[in-house]
Design a protein around this ligand. Structure first.
Ligand code: SAM
Ligand code: CA
Length: 220
């Protein structure tokens, strides 16, 4: 018996995927195409996408936020399992990356479910708040530029209903969060946010050693 999570060898990771991964044909195709992209490592892991799908269904999510779309894999994973009147407000600044996303969302029949907003995500979130949509979202997945995570977290918290969940990706920053404050601005931002969340009474938290670390924060 062990008090800490088991280290995931390549062999064990392959086993995990072989006995648990369920992925639609279009999602698998998108993952294959993205693998050829020079920034393919930005895409979340397939078992992580499956976890997000599980979670949004568990909390009965209808309206969700996606902050950092890239080629659209995580947004599609969530959109596929939302109820018929469900909606993903998806934020990114790149027309180039999200062209791929649009193509696959159409192929999967979820393009009507996803409202893609090309603008800095902080502006899109503020516009939703200015539009009186505070408290109307169920779920937010934060996976864009790390130095702005705190703003994404605060805006998401305002936009979520009590019981809504925020998932923050890359909270381990490839293991660089340990030790003293990093010289790297993006790592430092995550170190500071991790510590802030630890003390934040507005949420229940759990930090999962899944992929590059995922923190879940449930609004009280
Ligand atoms: N969740 C995606 C997936 O599963 O494939 C990966 C997202 S990728 C790690 C980060 C994305 O954030 C990039 O597509 C990038 O264009 C976008 N991004 C960077 N800065 C941004 C900003 N200020 N506002 C919105 N999106 C931004
Ligand atoms: Ca990520």
């Amino acid at each position: 018996m062990s008090g800490k999570s088991i280290g995931l060898s390549d062999e064990l990771h392959e086993y995990l995927l072989s006995v648990s991964l369920r992925e639609s044909a279009v999602m698998a195709e998108l993952r294959e195409e993205t693998a050829e992209h020079p920034k393919s490592q930005m895409q979340i892991a397939p078992e992580q996408a499956q976890f997000l799908r599980f979670l949004v269904q568990l909390i009965g999510a209808r309206r969700t936020l996606e902050i950092g779309v890239f080629t659209g894999y995580s947004a599609m994973a969530v959109a596929e399992v939302l109820p018929p009147n469900g909606e993903v407000v998806a934020c990114d600044i790149s027309e180039e990356y999200t062209q791929v996303a649009r193509r696959y969302w159409q192929k999967a029949g979820v393009d009507d479910t996803i409202d893609l907003r090309i603008a800095p995500a902080a502006e899109t979130l503020q516009a939703l708040l200015d539009d009186g949509q505070a408290g109307t979202f169920d779920f937010s997945f934060i996976d864009a530029d790390k130095k702005t995570y705190d703003t994404y977290y605060e805006r998401s918290l305002d936009l979520l209903r009590p019981g809504g969940v925020i998932a923050l990706d890359n909270v381990f920053r490839d293991g660089r969060v340990t030790g003293s404050r990093s010289d790297d601005e993006s790592v430092r931002a995550i170190q500071e946010l991790n510590e802030k969340l630890h003390e934040d009474d507005r949420v229940e938290i759990t930090m999962l050693p899944l992929a590059d670390g995922v923190t879940l924060a449930m609004k009280r």
